[in-house]
Design a protein around this ligand. Structure first.
Ligand SMILES: NC(=O)c1ccc[n+]([C@@H]2O[C@H](COP(=O)([O-])OP(=O)(O)OC[C@H]3O[C@@H](n4cnc5c(N)ncnc54)[C@H](O)[C@@H]3O)[C@@H](O)[C@H]2O)c1
Length: 366
């Protein structure tokens, strides 16, 4: 049984992840039985029930244009699996740039980088209120600390649930968490964990080491791709929280600690021609019975942005359910299931079981 009504969503950052999300909403509205979703229904909410009612960006090829065009504008480069966007006439509005554009982004060709629009930012909180936005989804570039804080504050002011898909610590930060709790608003974050990405795969291998008594010795996870996310992350000074988020996601799945100089996890390079294809190499080394050596090498190749949107599409519907249930503050179980750096980490299998129990009418989301 579907639901009546819509989930009114705002998007911050109309980049590749937003493109995959918007395409997916139209794709699954037209093909509700198509495979590829984690959950077809979440307490009655289907993908077709998600409506994008406002969107903010700062790039001149996106601001002022309808969402259905902006998602395909450069420098976006993700795959097009749904060219015909339903209800995509919402105009992308100018947000404040703040620290959204790293200085080195100026040194790259226009088709590959951000180009700021010469426009005055709108009053974001006012737009959120006027459009009746219920859930605000943050897709800002890594390292946009001030901008992420700005949009989180706008969500608080306007009374929106907040989903933080990037690694500035908001939902997992005690002070911010308290603000959402006091305001009676659910928050899900931080840093989206892709549907089948490097993090969940590395965690699965780490979990095998833990449950089979293998002592981990050293590990790396090298990631590279050719989208603006990887270009932006060439500025190492923007990566502090990304590295914490990705590393703690893996180490939390290990029973035995690996010394910090024996684990290396992070974005590693920008390879322009890969576009939105991401390649990841994972290596785990350890010792089993009698100190016998074990080495695992894995290569993962994915389309980066649909992989994240495959989880955001669940997080949005869980945010709506959390609002219906009047959950205030961090939604712990959903954050553990969907995010790399949640306020409380849980093994993926356990988070999944909690979610399934809740969906079957028994259990809690927080
Ligand atoms: N698999 C994944 O793709 C994945 C997984 C986990 C986390 N993330 C994170 O999600 C975020 C979004 O990823 P993406 O690939 O869509 O990035 P992107 O570079 O394609 O998009 C970022 C967008 O933000 C816009 N922007 C910059 N400053 C802004 C501001 N101040 N206000 C409004 N818009 C602004 C840019 O113009 C661009 O359109 C990144 O932080 C990324 O690390 C992505």
């Amino acid at each position: 049984m579907g639901k009546n009504g819509k989930i009114r969503v705002g998007i911050v950052g109309v980049g590749n992840c937003a493109s995959a999300l918007v395409q997916a909403i139209s794709y699954y509205t037209k093909n509700p039985e198509a495979p590829g979703l984690i959950h077809r229904r979440i307490k009655g909410w289907e993908v077709k029930d998600i409506e994008i009612v406002c969107a903010f960006d700062i790039d001149k090829r996106k601001v002022g244009n309808p969402l259905k065009e902006a998602i395909f504008a450069k420098p976006n480069c993700t795959i097009v699996f749904e060219p015909n966007i339903l209800n995509g006439d919402v105009e992308v509005m100018m947000g404040p740039i703040l620290d959204g554009i790293a200085p080195h982004m100026r040194d790259y060709p226009e088709d590959k980088t951000f180009i700021p629009a010469d426009k005055k930012p709108v009053d974001v909180a006012k737009v959120l209120k006027e459009t009746g936005t219920e859930v605000l989804v943050n897709f800002l570039p890594v390292g946009s600390e001030q901008a992420a804080g700005f949009y989180a504050s706008a969500a608080l002011e306007a009374g929106c649930a907040f989903i933080n898909c990037m690694p500035v610590f908001i939902v997992s930060d005690e002070e911010w968490g308290k603000k959402f709790k006091e305001r009676g608003l659910p928050a899900i974050g931080d840093d989206i964990k892709s549907q089948l990405g490097a993090t969940i795969l590395h965690r699965a291998i780490a979990n095998l080491f833990s449950i089979r008594g293998i002592m981990p010795e050293q590990s790396y996870q090298l990631n590279f791709g050719g989208n603006t996310d990887f270009l932006n992350m060439l500025d190492r000074s923007r990566l502090r929280t990304k590295k914490i988020s990705k590393t703690s996601a893996v180490t939390s799945a290990l029973n035995n600690e690996i010394p910090s100089d024996k684990i290396h996890i992070g974005p590693s390079d920008y390879v322009e021609f890969l576009n939105d294809t991401k390649i990841c190499y994972i290596r785990m080394e350890g010792r089993g019975l009698g100190g016998a050596k074990i080495e695992i090498d894995v290569k993962l190749k994915v389309e980066d942005s649909p992989n994240s949107a495959g989880v955001v599409i669940d997080a949005i519907r869980f945010a709506k359910v959390a609002m219906e249930e009047k959950i205030a503050g961090p939604v712990y179980i959903v954050s553990a299931f969907t995010m790399k750096h949640p306020p409380v980490q849980l093994p993926d299998e356990e988070a999944y079981q909690h979610i399934q129990r809740y969906l079957n009418g028994d259990g809690k989301l927080w």
